[in-house]
Design a binder for this molecule. Structure first.
Ligand SMILES: N[C@@H](CCC[C@H](N)C(=O)O)C(=O)O
Length: 362
């Protein structure tokens, strides 16, 4: 099977070294016979033990101990677990022994590549807690930028920590993120409910340069995108979101008809968003049911965005389109979102699943 030949070499020696080393994981990962992980962890010590990509079957590695796999510390290798939350997928790295991410943003870009790498929307690092929190979560987007928060990612993070620490049943953790304190709770059914904190509406803190209303928020404002006037509401869930339900041509979007790849980047890089933005395009199905597609800052079209779904419910309430408790359908599946009146916090509930375990030479 071709491996190294498929790797494009970059000009800088550092990146060249990385490119060459990625040749190993591509062969290893594509050749892992996932069912073998259940009963024979020796295949992990020698991932090329099974070399037939055509025989690859993906199974959930129920019996393997994540902790013992990730405990291995051969220099030059990064052991990871790939997770997804409704198809929003991440490479999870045990980084509890260091205050710096174990790979660089440039390496993250390579690993996230869906053709030449592992393939993911981002890399998440599980680190020790600070200021009394249990853990710290950091994340690199697939373009190497570092966002403040990731909703689907923090659900995966909670399940990853539970695996690392051999914890079962209901568990909750305090997690320090760039968006402040986030509290995920693993429920008995395996889903994760996350206290996502309070939404930020003050325009300058979202941040957006769009003119704010008297409450300093941007709600149902006009945004000119290449001559089309969109109605947008801007919400930060620690990271910036621009939520739209329609434009001058179509007051109520049919999201399946959108050409996301064309319109998404125009929002992301719009001059009104100094830190770029995530954008959610939303269709109101009913007062408790919304459907959205997302263009993520630094990752493009993804199958789901947890912070985005939270921002959508906040925007829908502010625009009087929906109630505080909604099911939000994303391309990868539904999330339950509640913006609680009592504490002003947004709560998100949804799944997080292991996809596979792997090692890459870095
Ligand atoms: N998919 C995530 C959001 C990840 C960060 C985002 N791309 C950004 O740059 O803000 C989620 O589930 O929230």
């Amino acid at each position: 099977m071709a491996t190294a030949a498929a790797i494009s070499l970059s000009p800088s020696p550092q990146i060249r070294r990385l490119s060459a080393s990625i040749a190993t994981p591509i062969r290893s990962i594509s050749s892992l016979h996932f069912d073998s992980l259940r009963s024979n962890s020796s295949s992990l010590r020698n991932p090329s033990i099974r070399v037939s990509a055509s025989s690859m079957r993906v199974g959930t590695p129920e019996k393997i101990s994540t902790a013992s796999f990730l405990d291995r510390r051969e220099s030059g290798f990064l052991h990871f677990v790939k997770y997804h939350g409704l198809g929003n997928d991440f490479i999870l790295v045990d980084n509890r022994d260091s205050a710096e991410p174990r790979i660089t943003p440039e390496q993250a870009v390579k690993l996230c590549d869906r053709n030449f790498g592992i393939g993911a929307d981002g890399v998440i690092f599980a680190m020790s807690g600070v200021n009394g929190t249990d853990y710290t979560m950091r994340i690199f987007n697939s373009d190497g930028s570092e966002p403040e928060m990731c909703g689907n990612g923090v659900r995966c993070f909670a399940r990853f920590i539970a695996e690392l620490e051999n914890l079962y049943g209901k568990q909750s953790f305090t997690v320090h993120t760039g968006a402040g304190l986030i509290v995920p709770e693993i429920q008995e059914d395996g889903k994760v409910k996350v206290d996502m904190g309070e939404p930020i509406l003050k325009a300058s803190n979202v941040p957006t340069k769009l003119p704010a209303n008297k409450d300093q928020a941007v709600v149902k404002s006009d945004l000119n995108v290449d001559g089309v006037i969109w109605n947008v509401t801007c919400v930060s869930m620690g990271n910036p979101h621009c939520v739209t339900f329609g434009n001058q041509e179509s007051q109520n979007l049919t999201v399946d008809e959108l050409n996301l790849a064309v319109v998404g980047p125009k929002f992301e890089h719009h001059e009104m968003f100094p830190a770029r933005t995530n954008t959610e395009f939303v269709e109101v199905v009913s007062h408790e049911h919304l459907k959205m597609r997302v263009w993520e800052r630094g990752a493009g079209a993804t199958l789901a965005c947890g912070t985005g779904a939270c921002a959508v419910v906040v925007a829908a309430v502010l625009e009087g389109r929906a109630g505080r408790s909604c099911t939000v359908d994303l391309p990868g599946g539904p999330l339950d979102i509640e913006w609680k009146e009592e504490d002003n916090h947004v709560y998100m509930t949804g799944p997080a699943e292991v996809v596979f375990y792997g090692s890459v030479a870095v």
